[in-house]
Design a protein around this ligand. Sequence first.
Ligand SMILES: NC(=O)c1ccc[n+]([C@@H]2O[C@H](COP(=O)([O-])OP(=O)(O)OC[C@H]3O[C@@H](n4cnc5c(N)ncnc54)[C@H](OP(=O)(O)O)[C@@H]3O)[C@@H](O)[C@H]2O)c1
Length: 252
Amino acid sequence: MKITIIGMGVMGQTLAKGLTASGIPEGDLCLATQETDQTLAVKGADFVVLCLKPKNIRQVSKDLAAHLDSNTCLISIAAGIPIEDIADALSDGQPLIRAMPNTPCRVDQGITVLSPSKTTTDSHIEAASEIFSCLGRVLTLDEEHMDAVTGLAASGPAYIYVMIESLADGGVMAGLPRKVAIELAAQTVLGAATMALETGKHPAELKDEVTTPAGCTISALLRMEDGGLRSVLARGVQEAAESARRLREQGA
Ligand SMILES: NC(=O)c1ccc[n+]([C@@H]2O[C@H](COP(=O)([O-])OP(=O)(O)OC[C@H]3O[C@@H](n4cnc5c(N)ncnc54)[C@H](OP(=O)(O)O)[C@@H]3O)[C@@H](O)[C@H]2O)c1
């Protein structure tokens, strides 16, 4: 599978590093910057991944359109740019996928959601899943879900950082050194997330396993519920998804 990455910023480098670590033969990976001859870089590629800022996507797609082989599949990771906009810049029938990775891809613990277009086949999606699996998990969802994906998984790491900081503050208040408190909080988040993913149990069941009658954990949970913890988190995700939808509708 020959892959060309266009744009060697944070995400382009992250993907290149992940693919190299996964053992892609050197000759099958082509990395293109603004200085590269991109028309040459896309020649013979099975996949061209555009790791560009949203504002550059339409123009670069337009510039490349005439140089792409008809079976080359273009993947855009730009937030907020719908498939329809990119397809307009390309030749009719050019395979196209929209992808939404998140920042933990940088440590191979990301999640990437792929949305197929009318021109992609199951084998394109399978191959694209293989590409992004070097950065973590991969899901395929219809594009209509991308705003919700943005609100939950793309913005999500920021919510968790605030939670880690807040949990650590609690630890410091209870007498722990700051560094220790942050390590305890971060590893607890990682461990709990791993439990949820690996056991497949509902989070409520896992929570019940930690709460002994009249214990410390249930007393803490009730205090957090008093503060509206659940609805604050859920409404935050809803708000971010609505912001993503508004940005998209404004053509941002
Ligand atoms: N960062 C994340 O965690 C994350 C997560 C999910 C999705 N995304 C999406 O990923 C995309 C890339 O984000 P990023 O954080 O990697 O941005 P970035 O670090 O700014 O990288 C963009 C790169 O594209 C280069 N570039 C600009 N115009 C180009 C052109 N015509 N041809 C080739 N290269 C060109 C830029 O070079 P110069 O610096 O020289 O202009 C820069 O190296 C964005 O659309 C973003 O929405 C990012």
